[in-house]
Design a protein around this ligand. Sequence first.
Ligand code: NAP
Length: 311
Amino acid sequence: MSAPVSAPVYNRVALIGLGLIASSMFWAMKRAGLAGEVTGYARSEETRETARRIGLCDRVCDSAPEAVEGADLVVLCVPVGAMGAVAAEIAPALAPGATVTDVGSVKRHVIDAVAPHLPDGVHFVPAHPLAGTEHSGPESGFAELFDNRWSLLVPVEGSAPEAVAKLRALWEGMGANVDEMDADHHDLVLAVTSHAPHLIAYTMVGVADDLRRVTDSEVIKYSAAGFRDFTRIAASDPTMWRDVFLTNKDATLEILGRFTEELFALQRAIRTGDGDHLHDYFTRTRAIRRGIIEAGQDTAAPDFGRGAPST
Ligand code: NAP
């Protein structure tokens, strides 16, 4: 747990969109005293009501412009495809000198969609926390989500160094490790580490669903670790992931092209009985897993530390 800081990094933070990431940010900011006041807005009355009921945000507003009024940091926490429209809606209400950031999983598209709406004198520092779960909505957040996870800052041309430094302090205060990255490189890295793997998981679960020779109840009953991990990933929010693929098209297609080539090579090795090829390949991939554990980004415990499956 991060130690509380003596002074808030921002006097007023506005969270636009109140789902998993926004609610986790709120609880993490509260844990460390990083913001004087946090206002929030979500488009549906239902989410705003839930937020009020659970004490998510110091003040829940009924419009996005009202929430950003007087804020020195505005965080866009909506699906990537909705960022542009939200930026257009709040632009006239932004305070001079405010920083606008976002948490979207794709960066080039968000920059192109948001930047044109922001008035002069407002800083724009896009960001992306590499932390999440398959759950969504205002009740899914928790203060520890970002602890020891990476948050990538993707400054745009002209991002003021002081604005970047303050946002870095906020993410560090919320427990994250922070790096800076260029938008296109970010989108390629995430296509490899997150976007293509999600698509593969969605596909594998879809295949199991389609395969009529193995019944759904058998798939559920006998699901071994590999498949169970796929189902967890494939339970992720459909809107968020639809937007990720629509907006990180080129990088995802590049990685999927490479994936298909490798898959064909492995398929061929299986058909021709080329055990050396399979063994060499699996030895190389095992080293990557070791690297992730050594970097402290996962546990080496068997079955990812979850314990034995109940059935
Ligand atoms: P979430 O839990 O599904 O919450 C999304 C929020 O956005 C909700 O408050 C929703 O409002 C609002 N929203 C949805 N569609 C909208 C639209 N068209 N216009 C305005 N508001 C809209 O989502 P999340 O997981 O927090 O994700 C938010 C952002 O973080 C996304 O850009 C995502 O790419 C990024 N991200 C997600 C993860 C992850 O693992 N989940 C990790 C890193 C980054 P209502 O509740 O009123 O419907």
